[in-house]
Design a protein. Structure first.
Length: 459
């Protein structure tokens, strides 16, 4: 009898341990795979960007989990990641994790990713930033989903329905998520910003320059007839006063982040050397990219700046030209393994020659233009999105008053197709420090002048 009771106790203990184990792993299952759940969520949306799927069979799946989501790949038993190329926040990911501990850690990492993604789009693509900001992480058992899309309520309801006796209808595979190898080039429709980016600016506002360094004093072989880029060491720039021809370097002058170590010294952006050449009306000491930057700036200034212009007129003309000419380098916001950010997007070469820049590229180009035409200007290094993202902008001094200028955020881009919405915008043109602070800019206010004069824009 004692032996029978002992066996019964052992069986009961085993059953309890089995139940505990099942509970710890949240054994709730769906008849759908993670890939199918993700497709059902996407099918619930009235509008969503084309998404590209990764599964554990793809090499980039593990890289994405580890390097982008910062998650522990060992805790992922199965899953799918559906992400967009280019300037789109839309993203759906579904994972099956190993246990409750993994579920908690994964939830924390995905929520942190949502914050980072919202910060990345902040200012440059406000609507996409809002979509990311409203992203959610949903869980059921040991299934967990990252949901970043326009209609998160429908997405969450669809996710929950995937575990019911009446799961949602699955879309036609041919009209849903695209399976793509990371080695393949992305589709032009979703990863080619030039295809749908802002149109070419009017002929009177453009400068066409050769990407190859000019080492002599000849003009480019095939310049744009509207604005020729001339290497004119022996010709004084077309300016109306000594300050414009021989400006003092602004207090905010600085160098952009250094390129890769393999870069040649002549290819490191050197604003001091460019300004010295401008003051001396002699560019013979410049070479490589600095000479190209000099020639490009000279061409634009000679075309846009006239003798009778005030400092405000010069500032506005060059500000608007930058916005019409360049675009934000959307490749920096893409999670695609095929993304190719411009290596010079953080300095004037990327903006002037390749027509692509990030905030530092916009800011340093504006700084250089202001220094060249004699408008007092400084660069402000700060943050945005509640200090989640690094950002930079300028301050100018016009008629004795300081004003803030964020050229980058005056050049926003929007939608899944990268449609430019300002032509150009002036929301952040010559505004107060308070306005900047109230519109998601943070910086050390004791380190720069305070802009208190009313907004100055005569448009």
């Amino acid at each position: 009898m004692l032996k029978v009771k002992r066996i019964q106790s052992l069986l009961l203990a085993a059953a309890v341990m089995s139940l505990i184990g099942a509970c710890s792993k949240n054994q709730i299952v769906s008849t759908y795979s993670p890939r199918q759940i993700a497709e059902a969520i996407m099918y619930s949306q009235a509008s969503i960007a084309p998404l590209h799927a990764l599964t554990p069979d793809d090499d980039y799946f593990s890289d994405y989990v580890i390097n982008i989501y910062q998650m522990n790949s060992a805790s992922i038993e199965d899953g799918t990641i559906c992400y967009a190329y280019g300037m789109s926040a839309d993203e759906i990911a579904v994972f099956i994790v190993s246990d409750n501990t993994a579920l908690k850690e994964t939830r924390e990492k995905l929520n942190e990713y949502i914050k980072q993604r919202a910060a990345a789009f902040s200012g440059y693509a406000p609507h996409q930033s809002a979509i990311a900001e409203n992203g959610v992480v949903a869980a059921n058992g040991n299934y967990i989903a990252l949901i970043i899309c326009e209609d998160t309520k429908s997405a969450e309801s669809t996710f929950a329905a995937c575990f019911s006796g009446d799961p949602p209808k699955l879309p036609d595979r041919n009209n849903s998520v695209q399976q793509q190898s990371p080695d393949e080039d992305p589709p032009a429709a979703t990863d080619d910003p030039e295809a749908t980016a802002k149109p070419e600016p009017p002929a009177a506002d453009v400068a066409t320059v050769s990407p190859e360094p000019e080492t002599d004093n000849e003009a480019t072989d095939d310049p744009d007839p509207a604005v020729d880029i001339e290497a004119t060491d022996d010709q004084e720039p077309e300016t109306d006063n000594e300050a414009a021809a021989n400006p003092e370097p602004g207090a905010g002058n600085g160098t952009a982040a250094e390129p890769e170590a393999a870069a040649e010294p002549d290819d490191l952006y050197d604003p001091a050397a460019i300004l010295a050449a401008w003051r001396n009306v002699d560019a013979s000491a410049l070479s490589g990219k600095n000479r190209i930057i000099y020639d490009a700036c000279k061409s634009v200034i000679n075309k846009l700046i006239t003798d009778n212009m005030t400092d405000y007129d010069k500032e506005l003309a060059l500000h608007d030209w930058i916005i019409e000419w360049a675009s934000y380098d959307t490749e920096t916001l893409s999670n695609s393994p095929n993304a190719h950010p411009d290596p010079d997007n953080d300095n004037p070469y990327g903006l002037l020659i390749n027509k692509k820049a990030i905030c530092l590229g916009y800011t340093l180009t504006f700084q250089l233009f202001m220094d060249l035409v004699g408008v007092e200007c400084i660069t402000v290094h700060g943050t945005s999105h509640s200090r989640e993202s690094e950002h930079a902008w300028n301050m100018v001094r016009i008629d004795g008053e300081w004003y803030c200028v964020d050229v980058t955020w005056n050049d926003p881009i929007e939608s899944n197709n990268i449609i430019r919405i300002g032509s150009p915008a002036h929301k952040f043109f010559n505004v107060t420090s308070k306005f900047m602070w109230d519109t998601d800019h943070q910086w050390d206010r004791s380190a720069v002048p305070e802009a208190t004069a009313p907004k100055l824009y005569k448009g």
